[in-house]
Ligand binder design. Structure first.
Ligand SMILES: CC(C)(COP(=O)(O)OP(=O)(O)OC[C@H]1O[C@@H](n2cnc3c(N)ncnc32)[C@H](O)[C@@H]1OP(=O)(O)O)[C@@H](O)C(=O)NCCC(=O)NCCS
Length: 218
Protein backbone atom coordinates (compact mmCIF):
# COMPACT_ATOMS: atom_id res chain seq x y z
CA UNK A 1 0.00 0.00 0.00
CA UNK A 2 1.31 3.47 -0.90
CA UNK A 3 0.25 6.41 1.22
CA UNK A 4 0.19 9.70 -0.67
CA UNK A 5 1.99 12.54 1.04
CA UNK A 6 3.37 15.88 -0.05
CA UNK A 7 7.19 15.80 0.37
CA UNK A 8 7.25 19.54 1.05
CA UNK A 9 5.27 18.83 4.23
CA UNK A 10 7.76 16.24 5.47
CA UNK A 11 10.14 17.57 8.08
CA UNK A 12 13.48 16.17 9.17
CA UNK A 13 14.57 16.35 12.79
CA UNK A 14 17.06 14.59 15.02
CA UNK A 15 16.06 11.16 16.25
CA UNK A 16 14.59 10.76 19.74
CA UNK A 17 14.58 7.59 21.80
CA UNK A 18 10.78 7.39 21.53
CA UNK A 19 11.16 7.00 17.72
CA UNK A 20 12.86 3.61 18.25
CA UNK A 21 9.86 1.40 17.51
CA UNK A 22 9.02 3.26 14.29
CA UNK A 23 12.67 3.17 13.17
CA UNK A 24 12.92 -0.56 13.81
CA UNK A 25 9.79 -1.19 11.74
CA UNK A 26 10.96 1.05 8.86
CA UNK A 27 14.38 -0.62 8.60
CA UNK A 28 12.97 -4.16 8.92
CA UNK A 29 10.27 -3.61 6.28
CA UNK A 30 12.36 -1.52 3.88
CA UNK A 31 14.91 -4.33 3.58
CA UNK A 32 12.20 -6.92 2.99
CA UNK A 33 12.16 -8.34 6.54
CA UNK A 34 9.66 -8.33 9.37
CA UNK A 35 9.34 -6.56 12.69
CA UNK A 36 11.64 -8.37 15.13
CA UNK A 37 14.42 -8.79 12.55
CA UNK A 38 17.62 -8.85 14.70
CA UNK A 39 19.71 -6.80 12.25
CA UNK A 40 17.16 -3.98 12.21
CA UNK A 41 18.24 -1.54 14.90
CA UNK A 42 16.02 -1.30 17.96
CA UNK A 43 15.74 0.73 21.17
CA UNK A 44 18.97 -0.39 22.95
CA UNK A 45 21.00 0.34 19.79
CA UNK A 46 19.32 3.69 19.23
CA UNK A 47 19.92 4.64 22.86
CA UNK A 48 23.67 4.10 22.36
CA UNK A 49 23.66 5.90 18.98
CA UNK A 50 22.05 8.93 20.61
CA UNK A 51 24.51 8.84 23.48
CA UNK A 52 27.44 8.78 21.05
CA UNK A 53 26.26 11.08 18.27
CA UNK A 54 22.77 12.48 18.78
CA UNK A 55 23.12 15.21 16.17
CA UNK A 56 24.01 12.67 13.44
CA UNK A 57 20.77 10.69 13.68
CA UNK A 58 17.78 11.83 11.62
CA UNK A 59 14.16 10.93 11.06
CA UNK A 60 11.63 12.17 8.48
CA UNK A 61 8.25 12.98 9.99
CA UNK A 62 4.79 13.62 8.45
CA UNK A 63 2.75 16.65 9.57
CA UNK A 64 0.75 14.19 11.71
CA UNK A 65 3.96 13.28 13.54
CA UNK A 66 4.45 9.82 12.02
CA UNK A 67 8.10 8.79 11.57
CA UNK A 68 8.41 7.47 8.00
CA UNK A 69 12.13 7.59 7.22
CA UNK A 70 15.41 7.23 9.05
CA UNK A 71 19.10 7.96 8.49
CA UNK A 72 21.85 6.84 10.86
CA UNK A 73 25.32 8.33 10.54
CA UNK A 74 28.68 8.35 12.32
CA UNK A 75 31.94 10.25 11.94
CA UNK A 76 35.16 8.57 10.87
CA UNK A 77 38.72 9.55 10.06
CA UNK A 78 39.07 6.60 7.74
CA UNK A 79 39.04 8.15 4.25
CA UNK A 80 36.79 6.75 1.51
CA UNK A 81 39.91 5.61 -0.37
CA UNK A 82 40.83 3.14 2.43
CA UNK A 83 40.05 -0.54 1.90
CA UNK A 84 36.33 -0.96 2.60
CA UNK A 85 35.24 -3.14 5.49
CA UNK A 86 31.98 -5.06 5.82
CA UNK A 87 29.11 -2.99 7.21
CA UNK A 88 29.04 -4.14 10.85
CA UNK A 89 32.83 -4.11 11.14
CA UNK A 90 32.98 -0.59 9.71
CA UNK A 91 30.39 0.86 12.06
CA UNK A 92 31.36 -1.24 15.10
CA UNK A 93 27.95 -2.83 15.59
CA UNK A 94 24.50 -1.27 15.60
CA UNK A 95 25.51 0.89 18.59
CA UNK A 96 28.04 2.72 16.34
CA UNK A 97 31.02 1.83 18.52
CA UNK A 98 33.33 3.09 15.77
CA UNK A 99 31.95 6.63 15.79
CA UNK A 100 34.90 9.02 16.09
CA UNK A 101 33.78 12.44 17.43
CA UNK A 102 36.72 14.05 15.60
CA UNK A 103 36.24 12.17 12.33
CA UNK A 104 36.55 14.32 9.21
CA UNK A 105 34.05 12.26 7.21
CA UNK A 106 30.40 11.44 7.73
CA UNK A 107 29.63 7.76 7.13
CA UNK A 108 26.14 6.51 6.30
CA UNK A 109 25.37 3.58 8.59
CA UNK A 110 21.69 3.06 7.80
CA UNK A 111 19.10 4.69 5.56
CA UNK A 112 15.53 3.62 4.88
CA UNK A 113 12.07 4.95 4.10
CA UNK A 114 8.93 3.03 5.09
CA UNK A 115 7.77 1.03 2.00
CA UNK A 116 4.35 2.73 2.06
CA UNK A 117 6.05 6.13 1.76
CA UNK A 118 8.80 5.38 -0.78
CA UNK A 119 9.16 7.18 -4.10
CA UNK A 120 7.73 10.48 -2.82
CA UNK A 121 10.90 12.43 -2.22
CA UNK A 122 11.46 11.54 1.44
CA UNK A 123 14.83 9.91 0.69
CA UNK A 124 15.87 13.06 -1.18
CA UNK A 125 14.86 15.20 1.80
CA UNK A 126 16.93 13.03 4.15
CA UNK A 127 19.95 13.41 1.83
CA UNK A 128 19.57 17.19 1.82
CA UNK A 129 19.54 17.20 5.63
CA UNK A 130 22.77 15.18 5.76
CA UNK A 131 24.51 17.34 3.14
CA UNK A 132 23.60 20.42 5.18
CA UNK A 133 24.89 18.71 8.30
CA UNK A 134 28.25 17.91 6.64
CA UNK A 135 28.57 21.58 5.66
CA UNK A 136 27.57 22.75 9.13
CA UNK A 137 30.29 20.57 10.71
CA UNK A 138 32.78 21.53 7.98
CA UNK A 139 33.54 17.88 7.26
CA UNK A 140 35.43 16.76 4.16
CA UNK A 141 32.44 14.87 2.89
CA UNK A 142 29.98 12.06 3.23
CA UNK A 143 30.41 8.47 2.10
CA UNK A 144 28.63 5.16 2.37
CA UNK A 145 28.23 1.86 0.63
CA UNK A 146 24.98 1.90 -1.31
CA UNK A 147 23.54 -1.60 -1.54
CA UNK A 148 22.82 -2.72 -5.12
CA UNK A 149 19.20 -3.40 -4.25
CA UNK A 150 18.03 -4.04 -7.83
CA UNK A 151 20.51 -6.85 -8.55
CA UNK A 152 18.00 -9.67 -7.87
CA UNK A 153 16.22 -8.72 -11.13
CA UNK A 154 19.41 -9.51 -13.09
CA UNK A 155 20.99 -12.27 -11.03
CA UNK A 156 20.33 -14.99 -13.62
CA UNK A 157 21.94 -12.91 -16.36
CA UNK A 158 25.14 -11.51 -14.85
CA UNK A 159 27.38 -11.40 -11.80
CA UNK A 160 26.82 -8.67 -9.24
CA UNK A 161 30.17 -7.09 -10.24
CA UNK A 162 29.00 -6.86 -13.88
CA UNK A 163 25.69 -5.42 -12.70
CA UNK A 164 27.51 -2.79 -10.61
CA UNK A 165 29.60 -1.80 -13.62
CA UNK A 166 26.48 -1.28 -15.74
CA UNK A 167 24.84 0.77 -12.98
CA UNK A 168 27.88 3.05 -12.81
CA UNK A 169 27.82 3.44 -16.62
CA UNK A 170 24.07 4.32 -16.42
CA UNK A 171 23.19 1.28 -18.54
CA UNK A 172 21.04 -0.18 -15.73
CA UNK A 173 19.01 1.77 -13.19
CA UNK A 174 19.44 0.58 -9.60
CA UNK A 175 16.77 1.82 -7.12
CA UNK A 176 19.42 2.75 -4.56
CA UNK A 177 22.79 3.40 -6.20
CA UNK A 178 21.47 5.23 -9.31
CA UNK A 179 19.45 7.49 -7.04
CA UNK A 180 22.55 8.17 -4.92
CA UNK A 181 24.56 9.03 -8.04
CA UNK A 182 21.83 11.50 -9.04
CA UNK A 183 22.17 13.12 -5.61
CA UNK A 184 25.77 14.01 -6.48
CA UNK A 185 27.61 10.97 -5.08
CA UNK A 186 30.51 9.60 -7.12
CA UNK A 187 30.81 5.82 -7.36
CA UNK A 188 34.31 4.97 -6.12
CA UNK A 189 34.49 1.18 -6.06
CA UNK A 190 32.49 -2.03 -5.98
CA UNK A 191 32.29 -3.68 -2.52
CA UNK A 192 31.60 -7.41 -2.51
CA UNK A 193 30.24 -9.03 0.68
CA UNK A 194 29.42 -5.69 2.30
CA UNK A 195 26.35 -6.99 4.08
CA UNK A 196 23.98 -9.98 4.04
CA UNK A 197 21.42 -8.73 1.58
CA UNK A 198 20.31 -11.35 -0.95
CA UNK A 199 18.40 -8.78 -3.06
CA UNK A 200 21.72 -6.99 -3.62
CA UNK A 201 23.85 -10.13 -4.02
CA UNK A 202 25.35 -9.01 -0.65
CA UNK A 203 27.22 -6.28 -2.54
CA UNK A 204 27.27 -2.52 -2.74
CA UNK A 205 28.99 0.46 -4.30
CA UNK A 206 31.19 2.79 -2.28
CA UNK A 207 29.85 6.26 -3.02
CA UNK A 208 31.38 9.59 -1.99
CA UNK A 209 30.10 13.18 -1.81
CA UNK A 210 32.76 15.84 -1.28
CA UNK A 211 31.71 18.91 0.68
CA UNK A 212 32.06 21.80 -1.83
CA UNK A 213 32.34 24.29 1.06
CA UNK A 214 35.01 22.41 3.04
CA UNK A 215 37.64 24.74 4.55
CA UNK A 216 40.80 23.04 5.87
CA UNK A 217 41.45 23.98 9.52
CA UNK A 218 45.06 24.54 10.60
C1 LIG B 1 16.51 4.03 -1.00
C2 LIG B 1 15.36 4.72 -0.26
C3 LIG B 1 15.82 5.13 1.12
C4 LIG B 1 14.94 5.94 -1.08
O1 LIG B 1 13.93 6.64 -0.38
P1 LIG B 1 12.66 7.20 -1.15
O2 LIG B 1 11.92 8.10 -0.24
O3 LIG B 1 11.93 6.07 -1.75
O4 LIG B 1 13.38 8.04 -2.30
P2 LIG B 1 12.80 9.31 -3.06
O5 LIG B 1 11.30 9.22 -3.17
O6 LIG B 1 13.36 10.54 -2.46
O7 LIG B 1 13.34 9.07 -4.49
C5 LIG B 1 14.67 9.37 -4.79
C6 LIG B 1 14.94 8.85 -6.18
O8 LIG B 1 14.90 7.42 -6.19
C7 LIG B 1 13.95 6.95 -7.13
N1 LIG B 1 13.33 5.76 -6.57
C8 LIG B 1 12.77 5.64 -5.36
N2 LIG B 1 12.32 4.37 -5.20
C9 LIG B 1 12.64 3.71 -6.33
C10 LIG B 1 12.44 2.39 -6.79
N3 LIG B 1 11.83 1.47 -6.04
N4 LIG B 1 12.89 2.06 -8.02
C11 LIG B 1 13.51 2.97 -8.80
N5 LIG B 1 13.74 4.24 -8.40
C12 LIG B 1 13.29 4.59 -7.21
C13 LIG B 1 13.00 8.09 -7.33
O9 LIG B 1 12.38 8.07 -8.59
C14 LIG B 1 13.91 9.31 -7.19
O10 LIG B 1 14.57 9.55 -8.40
P3 LIG B 1 15.41 10.92 -8.68
O11 LIG B 1 16.80 10.60 -8.27
O12 LIG B 1 15.26 11.11 -10.14
O13 LIG B 1 14.83 12.02 -7.86
C15 LIG B 1 14.12 3.80 -0.11
O14 LIG B 1 13.65 3.44 -1.37
C16 LIG B 1 14.39 2.56 0.73
O15 LIG B 1 14.21 2.57 1.93
N6 LIG B 1 14.81 1.46 0.08
C17 LIG B 1 15.08 0.20 0.74
C18 LIG B 1 16.26 0.28 1.68
C19 LIG B 1 17.52 0.78 1.00
O16 LIG B 1 17.83 0.43 -0.13
N7 LIG B 1 18.26 1.63 1.73
C20 LIG B 1 19.51 2.17 1.27
C21 LIG B 1 20.57 1.16 1.53
S1 LIG B 1 22.14 1.72 1.02
Amino acid sequence: MTIKTNPSLISVRNTRLEDSEAIHEIVALAFGGEVGEPMAMSRPHIQQQLRRFREGQFVAVTPQGRVVGTATTMRTNKPPTATPQPWLKMIGGLELNNHDPNGQWLYGAEFAVHPSFQGMGIGRTLYEARFQFVKQLNLRGFYAVGMLMGYHRYQHRMSVAEYADKVVKHEIEDPTVSMQMRRGFKALRFVDYYNDEPLAGNAGMLIVWHNPDYRPMY
